[in-house]
Design a protein around this ligand. Structure first.
Ligand SMILES: [Zn+2]
Length: 312
């Protein structure tokens, strides 16, 4: 499944490091900062307009093997060379197909789902907060080359502080810049009996999306108990960030951190790293606190909901 997804995907690279090798992709976002006094930028023969923030982004077509991208900036040309892996072999005819994602199976989780903390005070409720990516897994890149992993940790810490100030118990999957195995992230939340699991991420567009303009918030979940948690968080985020940031509300996704049949889980894509306006907002301290308050308000709504799926 991963190989199939990779084939259509684009990756975001700042400037390719020497000998950088990418998995098979057909397109790559090149991003960078425009030096002061830059009059024109041309990437791989294409004119690029730098953003007001002094950054630029450009989607380039890449080939298997060695790629050279010439970046001309203020009359000087620099060549960046990077390698792209070969296209994966198509599956043999008759090979078993990967199982299809069937969203209609959502109800099965009801049997093992942890009891909703209805009627409990925040001090009796534990929220697991997961800062996405970390260590060598940087996540998406912003136009100035800032890493999603760091944006996620800053936002997760702000959410932790907000939840603690409201009396919740909070467990964090990471508090440093460390790599975690994806499937391991929800483990502690399961073992130590967290009431909910919230993963914090910042988004990047699909290969055919517009890196400069694509921006929205969205909350992903997989099953009913996840949807019950996602809906009030998505609503509070949408309300807090309108009209600047549109919301796609609650979306379905079969992610390692959303498909727990036991612990209500969701993944919050707060904003887009790849858009210059998104980058500016994501690394703004006041906005980060606003987002933390909105997500915590959503968690309050969920914890206080009178009956499943119903907000107060
Ligand atoms: Zn992410």
């Amino acid at each position: 499944m991963t190989a199939l997804l990779n084939m259509a995907a684009a990756v975001t690279i700042a400037f390719p490091a020497a000998n950088q090798k990418l998995p098979f992709v057909e397109k790559a976002y090149m991003i960078g900062a425009a030096p002061r006094g830059t009059q024109a930028i041309e990437v791989a023969g294409r004119k690029v307009v730098p953003y007001r923030t002094g950054a630029w982004a450009c989607l380039v077509d890449v080939a298997e093997g060695t790629n050279t991208v010439a970046i001309t900036c203020g009359g000087e040309t620099t060549n960046h060379v990077f390698a792209v892996a070969n296209r994966p072999e198509p599956p043999l005819p008759g090979a078993p197909k990967p199982p299809e994602k069937v969203w209609s199976k959502l109800e099965f989780c009801k049997d093992v789902a942890r009891a909703h903390p209805r009627g409990k005070r925040p001090g009796e409720i534990t929220i697991a907060v997961d800062a996405g990516h970390g260590g060598t897994d940087t996540g998406a890149l912003s136009p100035h080359g800032l890493f999603e992993k760091n944006a996620n940790l800053l936002q997760a810490v702000a959410l932790r502080d907000e939840l603690v100030s409201r009396g919740y118990k909070v467990m964090m999957t990471r508090e440093d810049d460390v790599a975690l195995v994806l499937g391991e992230r929800p483990r502690e939340a399961h073992e130590k009996g967290a009431d909910a699991f919230v993963s914090i991420h910042h988004n990047a567009p699909a290969a055919n999306g517009d890196a400069a303009l694509t921006r929205y918030s969205a909350v992903y979940s997989w099953n009913k108990i996840g949807e019950e948690l996602s809906a009030p968080i998505a609503a509070r985020l949408a309300g807090a960030l309108a009209p600047e940031l549109p919301s796609k509300g609650v979306l379905h996704a079969n992610f390692a951190v959303t498909r727990s049949p036991e612990v209500p889980s969701c993944l919050v894509e707060v904003d887009f790293m790849t858009s210059p306006a998104g980058e500016e907002a994501i690394f703004n301290h006041a906005r980060r606190l606003e987002v933390a308050i909105a997500i915590a308000d959503g968690i309050d709504d969920w914890a206080n909901a009178a009956s499943p799926g119903q907000e107060k």
